[in-house]
Design a protein around this ligand. Structure first.
Ligand SMILES: [Zn+2]
Length: 134
């Protein structure tokens, strides 16, 4: 994906709620079991709350018990990018939006088949688009 979206911190601050800004632009984490999409099982697409980039399909969402929406794969490999995150005394792999660099969450290697991945994503970094009748 070549169409990157870049905005100033001020622009993001105006566009996002405080919680969305804190999580996506400041690499925050919402408290577990509080996000609106934790238990969402509706059929549709999860988009980046910052730029609308389509990130995850509800068909890859599963109940990990972690308290955050969990997916076993991204919609496409280039929809997200990853970076090693050594903060908080842990070695984790951060997941960012491939288009606008929003912090989305982290990816772990304890997910289900077929990928073995667990994309652990903050609800407030996502916007859900229910699939309409087609
Ligand atoms: Zn984005």
């Amino acid at each position: 994906m070549s169409d990157r979206m870049e905005k100033t911190e001020q622009q993001w601050r105006e566009q996002l709620t405080d919680e969305q800004y804190r999580v996506t632009r400041m690499k925050g984490t919402e408290p577990p079991f509080t996000g609106e999409y934790v238990d969402c099982k509706d059929d549709g697409i999860y988009r980046c709350v910052c730029c609308g980039n389509e990130l995850f399909d509800s068909g890859t969402k599963y109940d990990s018990g972690s308290g955050w929406p969990s997916f076993f794969e991204a919609l496409d490999d280039d929809r997200v990018r990853t970076e090693v995150d050594l903060s908080h005394g842990m070695r984790r792999v951060e997941v960012l939006c491939g288009k606008c660099d929003a912090h989305l969450g982290h990816v772990f290697d304890d997910g289900p088949h077929p990928t073995g991945k667990r994309f652990c994503i903050n609800s407030c970094a996502l916007n859900f688009d229910e699939r309409g009748d087609e």
